[in-house]
Design a protein around this ligand. Structure first.
Ligand code: BUP
Length: 452
């Protein structure tokens, strides 16, 4: 891509964890003199997505916004609404083609989860296309190898009898870290992943919100043809992506944090779409209380947005009363990028969504990883290996088992007192900042993509 003022089309996917990195990338591109067109499908799943999108557009009136109507979702009332949306967006990707012909774009950026027909169409109209893998490079390696894994007629038996899953060029994956749905060729998630894994081979490059230092072996295996021999476009780390201006925090949590001692607070947030069971919420409450730590807990009980149940119904009035001097429980969206930057934060209890982990890496906040679904367990292993966090494997994956308050309290206490972990998390922060700053590896990659 060359010439002045490159014009980049960004095709958004669903869910805050997917949208936020795209918004960050859009902001970086704008601040580097690119024109940006955002393409979104209608309808959008959650209020949070609509609100953040509208705020971004209102703050950046120079950005163009194009919309298209997504095909109806598969009639599967039990499926996660975000997975249904990924599938519908992927099946609707041909409806984006006319929008991509409506201007002269210098590059197209679309999400791995929904890329569908976009890389091939971009090649037909001669526009470079970058597929944004929204997860760790490690999980991306698994996804890209999935068509080969599922071709194996013995995969069903391996799933039951083997503890490891081989992906060429990488250390074997723990079978227990891979959600069963991906290994069932009939499951919607596996069907989509296979289509997208094949489609993205036609892209100009794959970009990831990660950085070389964080996952060196994986980038090396991907880019030397060891994961997929000779067919994979270059995999380019561009993270951690810088924050962009978001709406002012509507909660009083930053003021509350201002009143807490330096590095004293446990921050608990399981992301925008991972609700916990009522029993697990109660055990989490006990764990926080028994650890004796100060805590900020963003509590979620529904997949989409917030439900109506009041806090006292979920946690009990006496818990809120007993902990009111030490803890703040919120059921609203907080500005996580500011929370994690706050000097009072000492530990982040996280579901290990990749956006949350890159934010923790960027700020050097140690992570107690408690993965719940999808890519989260593999992501947790990546940050554990890099020295940013710990993954208590005995807690299982998602709702496999109820983790009791005593175990949670003990782990929080252990990690709050772990000086080595704090130092290694600070090292991760230094490396993250080096990659993202002007002249750093990730920053230079973005500049190369836009031809500056
Ligand atoms: Br909740 C919440 N404030 O209160 P992940 C989330 N976020 O800023 P997810 C807030 O949403 P998957 C809140 O900073 C991160 O950028 C947070 O993304 C922000 O998890 C994003 O961590 C959440 O990737 O999706 O959305 O649960 O796990 O599928 O990536």
């Amino acid at each position: 891509m060359s010439g002045s003022n490159p014009h980049i089309a960004i095709i958004l996917n669903a869910g805050m964890g997917n949208m936020i990195p795209f918004f960050r990338l859009a902001s970086v591109l704008l601040s580097n003199n690119c024109k940006v067109t955002l393409i979104t499908g209608k309808p959008i799943v959650s209020l949070a997505e609509a609100k953040h999108l509208n705020f971004l557009l209102s703050k950046n009136p120079q950005m163009t916004h194009l919309e298209y109507q997504i095909l109806p979702p598969e009639p599967d009332s039990k499926a996660d609404p975000f997975f249904l949306q990924y599938n519908a967006v992927r099946r609707s990707s041909h409806l984006i083609h006319p929008l991509l012909r409506s201007a002269t774009f210098s590059a197209i950026i679309c999400s791995f989860l929904t890329c569908g027909t976009i890389p091939r169409f971009a090649a037909e109209i001669g526009v470079p296309c970058y597929v944004f893998g929204g997860s760790s490079a490690k999980f991306f390696s698994f996804m890209i190898h999935l068509p080969a894994i599922l071709k194996d007629p013995e995969i069903g038996d391996k799933k039951k009898n083997s503890s490891f899953l081989e992906v060429p060029g990488l250390e074997p994956f723990d079978m227990s870290s891979i959600p069963g749905a991906f290994l069932n060729p009939k499951h919607l998630m596996a069907v989509d992943a296979m289509v997208n894994a094949k489609a993205c081979l036609e892209a100009t490059g794959i970009i990831t919100n990660s950085f070389e230092w964080l996952e060196p072996e994986t980038f090396s295996a991907l880019n030397s043809g060891r994961v997929l021999c000779g067919t994979l476009p270059p995999v380019l780390p561009i993270g951690p992506l810088e924050c962009y201006e978001v709406e002012e925090d509507q909660t009083d949590c930053l003021a509350w944090l201002d009143n807490q001692p330096h590095e004293s607070v446990v921050y608990v947030n399981f992301g925008s779409r991972t609700p916990m069971s009522s029993d697990q919420i109660r055990e989490m409450g006990k764990g926080l209380e028994w650890s004796g730590s100060r805590f900020l807990w963003v509590l979620k009980t529904t997949i989409i947005d917030k439900d109506e149940a009041r806090q006292e119904e979920v946690l009990g009035l006496s818990f809120l009363d007993r902990t009111k001097e030490k803890g703040l429980v919120l059921r609203k969206w907080v500005n996580q990028q500011e929370v994690l930057s706050h000097p009072s934060i000492r530990l982040f209890v996280s579901h290990c969504g990749w956006s949350s982990l890159t934010e923790a890496a960027h700020r050097g906040v140690p992570v107690l990883g408690w993965p719940q679904l999808g890519d989260q367990r593999v992501n947790a292993e990546v940050v554990e290996k890099a020295g940013l966090g710990k993954l208590p494997r005995s807690w299982g994956f998602g709702l496999e088992r109820l983790v009791e308050g005593e175990e949670i309290a003990a782990k929080i206490l252990e990690m709050m007192g772990d000086g080595n972990l704090r130092s290694s998390a600070k090292k991760v922060k230094e490396e993250a900042m080096k990659a993202a700053e002007p002249g750093g590896s990730s920053h230079c990659t973005i500049m190369k993509i836009i031809g500056s």
